[in-house]
Design a protein around this ligand. Sequence first.
Ligand code: ADP
Length: 261
Amino acid sequence: YLEESISVPDYLETELITDAFNKMLSRVKTLDDSRQEFVSNVSHELKTPLASMKVLADSLNMQENVPVEQYQEFMQDISEEIDRENSIITDLLSLVKMDKKAADLNIEMTNINELLELVLKRLRPIASKQNVELILDSFRPVNAEIDQTKMTLALSNLVENAIKYNNPEGGWVRVSLNADHKYFYVTVADSGIGIPEESLNHIFERFYRVDKSHSREIGGTGLGLAISRSAIVMHRGAIKVYSKENEGTTFSVRIPLVYIA
Ligand code: ADP
């Protein structure tokens, strides 16, 4: 009955429909693969601090009469691993929030000059600890329709990275703000260690870190740039990176002044 009532031409059935179906199937498979990869990465990242804590706790438990200095040292290490676990979970929660629909944005007309001043003010203590000079160049007053919490997080991550991955002897981070009739532009430039060319395409991926051992010393989750990019994309904006190893890195962000739902 069906075959008689719907007269789909043979060539459509065999070629177009099969083709469309296969394309859909392969897209579903890609999505499923990346979801599985994400879950497996998350589990791995969450298990690493746990494994360290287990080793530290067990070795204290197995020894009799542990000297108090060793006890304190191991407890300090355990406490640092707990901090690490905590920051991974905090970042994951931010990322999950970003993954929700753009409808979740709380758009408000915002003075971007003031927002950047606040971002820099909060990060100044970390910068001075690392002997990094923080400079803000606001070229004009800018008001734009943004979600303040998400934009603050996106830009803070960039400035925090610029401080963290700066020259160990000290250096500078220059944040600049400009605008035209359609967009505002924020660049975050640093005099830091730079990013190798082969890594530039990967740094926005979840959990990607350039030099695992070195990055571990510096501390971080590998989720910061993924969070920044999600927030920027939610605002219909764009982010680009330019970098040269041992010279420095510049991230440039472009956001529409008026939010288009
Ligand atoms: P993390 O928590 O490791 O900082 P991010 O997602 O924020 O994670 O960044 C991913 C990686 O990109 C970092 O581990 C670092 O290797 C590299 N990176 C990010 N920003 C900079 C920068 N300003 N200078 C040099 N390397 C950077």
